[in-house]
Every structure is written in structure tokens, then in C-alpha cells.
Design a protein around this ligand. Structure first.
Ligand SMILES: Nc1ncnc2c1ncn2[C@@H]1O[C@H](COP(=O)(O)OP(=O)(O)OP(=O)(O)O)[C@@H](O)[C@H]1O
Ligand SMILES: [Mg+2]
Length: 352
């Protein structure tokens, strides 16, 4: 197992543009799956290529188990990368594709054959040895690309958006397969995605990047419960924001004052954030204000209400039965569960 450490890792392609990767510090835990998450162009592939040795960093360091690997050539690093567009060699059979890395390492032909068979079993495609890539579906080719990477028994597996070409059903299956293999083999894995749901489902930890800079490195639920900025909370979606002033565990906003013991900031200008599931309608208690229902939809498993509170509007997701209790235009008490309010610093103007 291998611990991967990035320190001050920076890549500048072009002096006139901002760095593609900017002073990235990251401890990628041994044997765990870490997701590198962020919007298109934020530097995910660039980071992976530097770890794999396919791109030289402009500055900073990468170490495996405490030793810098910058001077070690890619083939000797023990890291393999599966690319965004998982190209298989079209004229080779599946067995030749999977065995390619071992052939390069001059492994005995009989041993290659045995290990290819084992790999095909592992990715649940037994008997596919003699087919050509074009005779496989997209999902099957994806699994072959994974098998081709795993057969060399890497210490570090780098998967660059491996599921982006698959439909939703196959993607779920592949996620489970990758998770199972990764856990069984205990292989240190970095998984790139721009899909926050995929990161949450798969990862032990998520590193969120915007514009080449690390925003937050945390366990998945922390991005919902305690995002460190408004931009991060927005990236994870579905949150209400109300600007205010925070002091002594209370936030004062244009619609009232709320108890809010949980916060990312000490005090001053701040934003109250609360997820729609933590907004309740109809129960008058602490942390309540009167609102007016503007619209609602019944979604089956839940109901979604839009409620006007003074000059702002919030979304509430409730038990579906509540559509029978409230009509559009009704005045209702709206309660924010104080333990689910999370106070964040004001939005920075640089990222939207
Ligand atoms: N070889 C290159 N030369 C110049 N600029 C590059 C090069 N490769 C990437 N970039 C730039 O670096 C930035 C980061 O690119 P990168 O491919 O790492 O993004 P990404 O996060 O993988 O995006 P995506 O989700 O679209 O794959 C982008 O602005 C991109 O245009
Ligand atoms: Mg990319």
C-alpha cells in the first residue's frame, strides 16, 4: 500500500494564464479511494498526469510513502492511469490488450495467460480473451481498460473519469465493481470525476478543486454538513442561503434572528445556509418565522415547497402528505432546525 503526498504541486502551462494546478497540498491515504472532484478545466487530469509521471510539475513535490518520485520514470513509479477515453488497442485481442503491460515487463507467456484469465474473472467478463475491442460494448471495454491497469498490480491506481461514457445503469454497476475491487485489493486509488454524486458514492475522501486550487479535502458528508464556503455549498447543490450578521451563536438576517451553533466562521458578515430537508412547515417553535407558500410540487416520495419570507424565498422538502395540509398563498410558520443551520463566510466575488 502506498501513501501519496502532494506538496505545493503546481503546473503552469503558459505564463500568461493562471496555473492549471496551483500549490496543491494533499495527503492521499494508503489503500483508500480519494476522489478528485471539480468542474471541467479545474486541473484534475493535469494533477493525475503529474502523479503518473506523464507531465512534469512546474514546482512542488510528489512523494510515495515519504520519498519523492519526481526523478523516477513513469514506468517505475508503480502508478497506472486509466484515461478519460480508455483507448484499447483496436487490432489486439482482449487478452493481448490486458496482458500488454506484463508483456512489456517480459513476463513469461504462460503466466500472462493465467493472469489475464484471472483479470477477466475479476471484471466479470470470463471467456472474452479472443474478442476484439470493437466486439464489446462501451461498458465492457471500460472493464477491460480497468483489467489492463490492474494486471500489473500497481501500488497506485489513477482513474480519470472512467465512467463518463456510460449510461446511468452501467455506471452504477461499474461504480460497485470499482469499489469492490479497490477495497479487496486495498489499492490506493485516485478517482477523477466532475460529478459530485459519483464522488460521494465512491470515495473515502473528496478533494474539491476549483481553478487549480484545493477548496476542501474531507469525508463526503462534510461537504453537505459543513462546506467551508458558499461556492462549495453551491457546487453540492440544493441549499438555501440567507445573508446576515453572525455573533454569539446567533445569525441576524432581514427575516429574523436564528440560533445557529454550527459555523465555519467566528463572527461578522456571514451567510446562513440550510438544506431544504431541514426546513419544516407548520410547526411553531424556536427558530421560526412566518412565511407564505408561493408554490409547491408533489414528487411522490416527497413534496417541494417554495416559501416567501419577507424579501427572500426558500425551498422546503417535506413529507409528501404535507401537500394536503397547505395551499399556495397560505401563511405558515417556517422553522429552521438550529442544529442543521451551517453558517459560512460571505461569498467571495471571484467565484460564482
Ligand atoms: N497541454 C496543455 N497545454 C496548455 N494548457 C493545458 C494543457 N493541458 C491542460 N491545459 C489547461 O489546464 C487547465 C486544466 O486542464 P485539465 O485537463 O487538468 O482539466 P480537467 O479538470 O481534467 O477538466 P475536464 O473535467 O474537462 O477533463 C485547463 O485550463 C486546460 O485548458
Ligand atoms: Mg480531465
Amino acid at each position: 500500500m502506498t501513501q501519496v503526498t502532494l506538496s505545493g504541486l503546481t503546473k503552469i502551462f503558459d505564463e500568461k494564464s493562471p496555473p492549471a494546478v496551483d500549490q496543491l497540498d494533499l495527503e492521499i491515504e494508503s489503500g483508500k479511494l480519494t476522489a478528485l472532484l471539480g468542474p471541467s478545466g479545474c486541473g484534475k487530469t493535469t494533477t493525475m498526469k503529474m502523479i503518473a509521471g506523464l507531465l512534469r510539475p512546474t514546482s512542488g513535490d510528489i512523494s510515495f510513502d515519504g520519498d519523492s518520485i519526481l526523478s523516477i520514470p513513469p514506468e517505475d513509479r508503480g502508478a497506472v492511469m486509466v484515461f478519460q477515453n480508455y483507448l484499447l488497442f483496436p487490432y489486439m485481442t482482449i487478452a493481448e490488450n490486458i496482458g500488454f503491460g506484463l508483456k512489456m515487463r517480459k513476463v513469461d507467456r504462460m503466466e500472462i495467460r493465467t493472469r489475464v484469465t484471472d483479470m477477466l474473472d475479476l471484471v466479470q467478463l470470463p471467456g472474452f480473451e479472443d474478442r476484439k475491442p470493437r466486439q464489446l460494448s462501451g461498458g465492457q471495454q471500460q472493464r477491460i481498460a480497468l483489467a489492463r491497469a490492474l494486471i500489473v498490480q500497481p501500488n497506485v491506481l489513477l482513474l480519470d473519469e472512467p465512467l463518463s461514457n456510460l449510461d446511468a445503469h452501467l455506471r452504477d454497476e461499474m461504480r460497485e465493481l470499482i469499489r469492490r475491487i479497490q477495497t479487496e485489493m486495498g489499492i490506493t486509488t485516485v478517482f477523477v470525476t466532475h460529478d459530485q454524486e459519483e464522488a460521494v458514492v465512491l470515495a473515502d475522501r473528496i478533494a474539491l478543486l476549483f481553478d487549480g486550487r484545493l477548496q476542501q479535502f474531507d469525508v463526503p458528508d462534510a461537504f453537505f454538513e459543513s462546506p467551508q464556503s458558499v461556492e462549495i455549498a453551491k457546487f453540492f447543490g440544493g441549499t438555501n442561503f440567507i445573508p446576515g450578521h453572525y455573533e454569539g451563536g446567533e445569525i441576524t438576517t432581514s427575516i429574523g434572528r436564528f440560533r445557529a451553533p454550527r459555523s465555519a466562521v467566528g463572527g461578522g458578515d456571514a451567510v446562513l445556509s440550510i438544506r431544504p430537508e431541514a426546513v419544516t412547515l407548520g410547526a411553531d417553535g424556536g427558530n421560526s418565522v412566518m412565511g407564505r407558500i408561493r408554490s409547491h410540487v408533489y414528487v411522490g416520495r416527497y413534496a417541494r415547497f417554495r416559501v416567501t419570507l419577507g424579501d427572500i424565498e426558500v425551498e422546503a422538502i417535506t413529507d409528501p402528505g404535507q401537500v394536503k395540509l397547505f395551499n399556495d398563498g397560505d401563511e405558515v410558520p417556517v422553522t429552521f432546525d438550529s442544529n442543521k443551520i451551517w453558517v459560512i463566510g460571505p461569498a467571495s466575488s471571484s467565484v460564482e
